[in-house]
Design a protein around this ligand. Structure first.
Ligand code: NAD
Length: 278
C-alpha cells in the first residue's frame, strides 16, 4: 500500500455486501490510511452486510436515503463530527431501477418508476453535491466520484431506463464540477466501469453473456470491482488534482473498440439468421 489517503476523511455511499464496488473501495481506502463513514438505506443496512465492513474499517454507519435532503444533511454533519473535520472525498455508488426490477421494458416504462430511477440513480448525486456545497462540507482539493456505465453513450440491449439515469449522472458531474472547481477547487468525476457481478449488476439483462462479450472485446479484459476500487483511490488522492468534469472509462479498452479478433471468432462460430429478431 502507498498511504495515498493518509489523513483524509471520506464518505462512502452504497456498500451493500462484499460484492459491492463501494465495499471494495472502503476496504482499499482503509488500507490507504483514510478515515471515513459508510452510508446506505435502512433497508440495505438491515438486509446487507455493511456492519461487518464497518467493524473491519473502524467506520460509523449512517442510515440515509440518498434522495432525501434531510438525510443527506445528517450524513455530512455526522461525518464531520465523527471524523473530526471537513470531508476530502465522497463516493456515490448508488443505482436502482424499479422498471428493471419489475421487468418493464424500455418501450413500456412505468413513469413513476422512471422518476424513481432518475431520482435514486442520478439526481441523488446532485443532492449530495448541493448539500455538501451549501454546508461547505468538502475541503479545497477534495474529490467526488460517482460510478457510471457506458450505456450513457451507447445503446446496450436491456439496460433500460438506467441508460438515461447514467447520462444524467455524467451531465451532473460536468455541470457541478464546473461550479465546484471554479469556486472551491473541488473536483467531480464519474468512473465508467465494466459490467461487474454485484447485486445491481445482476439487474443488467443477460449479465453473464454481456460480460463474456465485453471480456472478448476489451484488449485488457473486463475491469473487476477491486480494480475499480484502485482507480477510485487514485481519484481521491492528491495525484489527480487537476482532473475534473470527466467521465473516465475503466473498462479494459472496451469503449474504444468496434470489433476484436476474439469477438469475431466467437461471432463466426455461431452465425445464424437473426433477421426476424425485433
Ligand atoms: N455492477 C455493474 O455492472 C456496474 C457497472 C458500471 C457501473 N455500476 C454502478 O456502480 C454503482 C454501485 O453498484 P454495484 O454494482 O456495486 O451494486 P450494489 O447493488 O452493491 O450497489 C448499489 C447500492 O445502491 C444503494 N441504493 C439503492 N437505492 C438507494 C437510495 N435510495 N439511497 C442510498 N443508497 C441506495 C443500494 O443499497 C446498494 O448499496 C451503481 O451506480 C452502479 O450503477 C455498476
Amino acid at each position: 500500500m502507498y498511504n495515498l489517503l493518509k489523513g483524509k476523511r471520506g464518505i462512502i455511499f452504497g456498500a451493500l455486501d462484499n460484492k459491492s464496488i463501494a465495499w471494495k473501495v472502503a476496504e482499499r481506502a482503509h488500507k490507504e490510511g483514510a478515515k471515513f463513514t459508510l452510508t446506505n438505506t435502512s433497508v440495505a443496512i438491515r438486509f446487507g452486510q455493511i456492519d461487518e465492513l464497518a467493524e473491519k474499517c473502524g467506520a460509523e454507519v449512517i442510515a440515509a436515503d440518498a434522495t432525501n435532503i434531510k438525510d443527506l444533511e445528517h450524513v455530512f454533519e455526522r461525518s464531520m463530527e465523527v471524523l473530526g473535520g471537513k470531508i476530502d472525498f465522497v463516493l456515490h455508488s448508488i443505482g436502482m431501477s424499479l422498471n428493471v426490477r419489475k421487468k418493464r421494458v424500455y418501450n413500456d416504462l412505468d413513469y413513476s418508476y422512471l422518476n424513481k430511477t432518475l431520482d435514486i440513480s442520478a439526481i441523488s448525486f446532485h443532492k449530495v453535491l448541493q448539500v455538501a456545497h451549501k454546508s461547505d462540507a468538502i475541503n479545497k482539493w477534495g474529490s467526488v466520484v460517482a460510478l457510471s456505465y457506458i450505456a450513457a453513450q451507447r445503446t446496450l440491449y436491456g439496460y433500460n431506463d438506467m441508460a438515461d439515469a447514467k447520462s444524467l449522472l455524467e451531465s451532473i458531474a460536468r455541470s457541478f464540477g464546473y461550479i465546484y472547481g471554479r469556486q472551491r477547487k473541488i473536483r467531480v468525476n464519474t468512473i465508467s466501469q465494466s459490467p461487474t457481478p454485484t447485486t445491481a449488476g445482476s439487474g443488467i439483462k443477460d449479465l453473464a453473456g454481456l460480460m463474456d462479450f465485453t471480456e472478448r472485446m476489451s484488449p485488457l479484459g473486463n475491469a473487476t470491482a477491486d480494480e475499480c476500487a484502485d482507480y477510485c483511490i487514485v481519484m481521491f488522492s492528491d495525484l489527480t488534482k487537476k482532473v475534473t468534469m470527466q467521465n473516465l472509462f475503466h473498462d479494459g479498452g472496451f469503449s474504444n473498440m468496434g470489433m476484436s479478433l476474439k469477438a469475431m471468432s466467437m461471432y463466426n462460430k455461431s452465425l445464424e439468421d437473426t433477421d426476424d429478431i425485433d
